[in-house]
Design a protein around this ligand. Structure first.
Ligand code: UDP
Ligand code: MG
Length: 301
């Protein structure tokens, strides 16, 4: 059995040694593990720190990007490089306890019917406004998308090899992992955990970054927004009809003008909606996602 930890690192110079030593101390009983650190274009001495610990050739592997590509890209590179039977994505800042991973591992080893252990934060240490936006995001995306998004689940997850291979089948450029992890399916065990405070450094995710990330997520996993003009068009045409009825009962030049404006606006929106429908098909096709993912075959090669 081999366990891989994928660790995206952006400006984590003060955390690398802490993380590494903590794992070394607590993973003594793990028969085989690898730590894949992905340096995501850090501007501090993260790479230097990684080079220092890479003398531990058995356990430490390092990928370093030419610039900051974002956590999504770092996770992807790490998953691609991983060779474990079980693979876990974990932050470098010690907010997520590497010892919990061993507990998660036990769940998968003891239960054949689970393929992924996804952690979620039971209590969130964040402002009520951020909390409100996050909740709204999950409501909206679950309404708009066919993929199921579980509220509050983080990227801190442990996968069986088979699930990692499925995730890697999705070779889209604009990656929204929360969606991709849900899209591939398989059976999730939801594991509650309480994140620690960041060991050192500061969070890279501002409200603006999270907001843009949320919008990206919706666009990647739903094409319904492209149909908004179509529904607007239908509403305008209904308004046109009402206006036309008023016009027939009571001729007035102003009402005639209003009716014409409503009609033209309605037709324009309908046409935009039709274009949106075509665009949505191209959008989905351009992602080249697999049409299905097989979990098991019985009596078949
Ligand atoms: N991270 C990364 N690239 C980035 C931003 C963050 O690889 O562009 C890493 C970061 O080093 C950490 C993890 O992603 O290991 C989570 O980031 P952070 O702690 O800033 O986020 P938060 O815990 O506030 O959600
Ligand atoms: Mg953090």
């Amino acid at each position: 059995m081999k366990l891989s930890l994928v660790i995206p690192c952006y400006n984590e110079e003060a955390n690398i040694n802490v993380f590494y030593n903590y794992v070394k101390d607590n993973y003594k009983d793990v028969e085989n593990y690898e730590l894949i650190f992905v340096n995501d274009g850090s501007k501090d001495n993260t790479l230097l720190k990684l080079k220092e610990i890479s003398s531990d050739k058995k356990h430490v592997k390092v990928i370093s990007f030419s610039r900051n590509f974002g956590k999504e890209s770092a996770m992807l590179a790490g998953l691609k490089a991983s060779s474990g039977d079980y693979v876990c994505i974990i932050d470098a800042d010690m907010q997520q306890d590497p010892v919990i991973v061993l507990d998660m591992l036990k769940i998968l080893e003891e239960n054949d019917n689970y393929d992924v252990v996804s952690t979620y934060q039971e209590t969130r240490k964040e402002s009520s406004i951020i909390s409100f936006f996050k909740k709204s995001f999950y409501k909206i995306i679950n309404k708009l998308s066919q993929v199921d998004f579980h509220q509050g689940v983080s990227d801190f997850r442990l996968f069986r090899r088979q699930v990692v291979d499925a995730i890697l089948l999705l070779n889209e450029d604009n990656r929204f992992s929360k969606g991709i992890f849900s899209y591939v399916g398989f059976n999730n065990y939801y594991y509650p955990y309480i994140p620690f405070e960041r060991n050192a450094g500061k969070s890279s995710f501002s409200f603006k970054k999270l907001f843009n990330y949320a919008i990206d997520g919706i666009i990647s996993f739903s094409t319904k927004p492209l149909l908004i003009p179509f529904y607007l068009g239908v509403m305008f045409l209904i308004a046109t009809l009402i206006s036309l009825i008023i016009l027939l009962c009571h001729y007035d030049l102003l009402i005639l003008v209003v009716t014409l404006i409503l009609l033209i606006a309605g037709l324009q929106f309908i046409v935009m909606g039709i274009i949106g429908k075509y665009l949505s098909q191209i959008h989905i096709q351009s992602k080249e996602r697999p049409t299905y993912i097989i979990k098991e075959k019985i009596n078949l090669k």
